[in-house]
Design a protein around this ligand. Structure first.
Ligand SMILES: O=C(O)CCC(=O)C(=O)O
Ligand SMILES: [Fe+2]
Length: 249
């Protein structure tokens, strides 16, 4: 497991074919607990009893920025993307058991429906800080759907969708029917890389367990200069270098 972040040819080909890749054991349990604690503490310090999520904490807290530049993650991105990869923002979702936001299940959507980058330039790294499965709201995916361009969607807010409503620009009515849906249970400390156009969503958390996950949008350098690129009012996507890499979390 030592070198699980140096991708094999099979892993790279899997990503090209399917539009996603789960790399296990990128972070240790201790590293996950430490990162999760930073978000929990932030919520506590700010009297946040809602536990919706926290946007762009990496801009205030160097420990989160260091995670975004962690060498194992950047080596994975480098292997999958042709050009230099830059960071854009970060979003942490608590999906805490028993809270108003626990049942929030994401509609099948393409992440690139928000920034609208040229095909293949935008990708997301998702890091679960606890094991996730169907009961506590894991993700599901339609392998191969990243080959599609941006599909017509019913628009729903992402981060700002209220409790009781499901976020994610819904492509249910336009996704060709021949894509099978695959559940993606993940172990704590794995990294899921999603091609910006691959269709995915998630289940509600109906358990009493938390489902903390950090979502990190990345892009090929120059992505924010593309003519149709949308930085987003809430997300405020802006390029930052992942260099120098960080080696310690
Ligand atoms: O947190 C989830 O369950 C999915 C989130 C997601 O897909 C997104 O933020 O784009
Ligand atoms: Fe997504």
């Amino acid at each position: 497991m030592e070198d699980s972040f140096i991708l094999t040819r099979e892993q790279i080909l899997f990503y090209r074919k399917n539009g996603y890749l789960v790399v296990p054991h990128v972070l240790t349990c201790e590293q996950c607990d430490k990162m999760n604690q930073i978000f929990e503490q932030y919520a506590k310090d700010h009297g946040d009893k809602e536990f919706k999520g926290i946007m762009n904490l990496d801009r205030e807290d160097h420990r989160i920025r260091d995670l975004l530049r962690y060498y194992k993650i950047v080596l994975i991105l480098d292997a999958l993307q042709d050009g230099e990869v830059v960071g854009l923002q970060s979003m942490f979702l608590f999906k805490k058991g028993g809270t108003d936001y626990a049942p929030q299940a994401w509609n099948p959507h393409q992440d690139n429906a928000y920034p609208r980058a040229p095909h293949g330039m935008y990708l997301t790294g998702n890091i679960p800080f606890a094991d996730q499965d169907r009961e506590n709201g894991c993700m599901y995916i339609y392998p191969g759907s990243h080959m599609e361009s941006l599909l017509p969607a019913d628009f729903f807010k992402s981060f700002h969708e209220e409790p009781g409503k499901n976020p994610g620009h819904d492509v249910s009515r336009s996704l060709p029917l021949d894509y099978p849906r695959v559940d993606l249970p993940m172990k704590k400390g794995s990294v899921l890389i999603l091609h910006g156009n691959v269709v995915h969503g998630s289940y509600p958390n109906r358990s009493q367990r938390d489902r903390p996950m950090l979502l990190i949008p990345f892009g090929t350098k120059g992505i924010t200069q593309q003519p149709n690129f949308i930085p987003g009012k809430t997300a405020k996507r802006e390029e930052f270098s992942l260099r120098p890499l960080s080696y310690k979390l």
